[in-house]
Design a binder for this molecule. Structure first.
Ligand code: SAH
Length: 328
């Protein structure tokens, strides 16, 4: 019998070590190059806002194939040469397989297993669909008590909480409701909060999940591109859960950071000029590629596609300016 987060950590480590995850899912940077370009320019503006520290760490957590960062660096190299000269690239990645893919596209980067080993310096961190892959715990309310979900032989079993529920205690009324707790995401929020309160910097998370805390089981699995039973075959499917942006914000604020958003991804990208940049790029391309680029931008931004479920959340240092895309 294994606690759900231990099961999920083991399953995802095996999955990312053995599979090309992009056979099973696609992500925003793989959909349009403009996504990474915009995030690169976001980082350049934020670097100017925090006083142009040199050196500055440009960090990506969970870089996947390295596409987002390659697109970001190309855009930075074109319009922000001083940022390009000041930045030191650091990547947080546990999968040896994906590290090898990233090394080909991002020569000169330094890799880390976790945030804690990053050098002590001002930083700008980007993370797309990183937090959703981190392991969650689930609690279910039965007979007025919280039970925790464990996994045994491909099924959930419920155990009385022993020791008592961790902090923050899952809140909620009623029977049979499920609460989720992403402890690694909260630890990242606290660790970044502490860093940002000690040194200038910012972090941008794009991920999917509701704005406010909500109850329910959001654990999902994709296997061979199809929804699958998350417990059935650990290591054969990509397991994710919705990100609790409110809990992440609270953790970062508690450690001294300021928080901006969350803002729906469609609003964020549109404010940062997704459609203008796409149009400009499309004009230089043959017709089929041009319409592909425009369709890709719509997929990222339209509310009934990725524009609303996905959100952008920024963490900043106390007293820092509002970063681009979070005004209003
Ligand atoms: N950001 C990329 C990839 C998303 S998939 C994109 O948008 O395409 C999740 C990424 O996080 C993968 O690179 C995966 O190997 C990495 N990852 C998952 N769990 C991790 C962990 N606990 N620590 C560090 N990286 C992790």
């Amino acid at each position: 019998m294994e606690r759900l987060d231990q099961f999920m950590a083991r399953a995802n480590a095996a999955y990312y070590a053995a599979h090309d995850p992009y056979r099973d899912f696609t992500t925003s940077p793989e959909i349009s190059q403009v996504f990474g370009e915009i995030l690169g320019l976001w980082a350049a503006v934020v670097w100017a806002q925090i006083g142009r520290p040199d050196p500055v760490l440009l960090v990506e957590a969970g870089p996947g194939r390295g596409t987002l960062m390659a697109d970001a660096l190309r855009a930075i190299g074109r319009v922000a040469k001083d940022f390009q000269a000041a930045l030191r690239l650091h990547l947080i990645e546990t999968s040896p397989r994906l590290r090898a893919v990233q090394a080909e596209r991002l020569p000169g980067a330094t890799w880390h297993d976790r945030l804690d080993t990053l050098p002590d310096a001002p930083l700008v961190l980007l993370a797309n669909e990183f937090l959703d892959a981190l392991p969650i715990r689930q609690f279910v309310r039965r007979g007025g008590r919280w039970m925790e979900r464990f996994v045994e032989a491909g099924r959930f079993v419920e155990c009385t909480l022993q020791p008592p529920p961790p902090n923050p205690l899952p809140q909620g009324e009623g029977e049979d409701i499920i609460m989720e707790l992403n402890e690694p995401a909260l630890a990242i929020g606290r660790s970044l909060g502490a860093r940002l309160s000690a040194r200038p910097g910012a972090a941008l998370f794009l991920d999917y999940g509701p704005e406010r805390r909500s109850n329910g089981d959001s654990l999902q699995a994709l296997r061979d591109g199809q929804p699958a039973d998350p417990l059935a075959a650990p290591g054969c499917a990509d397991l994710t859960a919705h990100v609790d942006f409110a809990a992440l914000s609270d953790a970062a604020i508690g450690a001294g950071a300021v928080v901006h958003g969350p803002v729906p991804q469609g609003v964020f990208l549109t404010r940062l000029g997704l459609f203008q940049r796409t149009d400009r790029l499309a004009r230089t391309q043959p017709l089929a590629r041009a319409s592909g680029l425009i369709e890709a931008a719509r997929r990222l931004a339209e509310p009934n596609r990725m524009g609303r479920l996905f959100k952008a959340l920024a963490l900043g240092s106390p007293g820092s300016s509002t970063p681009p895309g979070f005004e209003g």
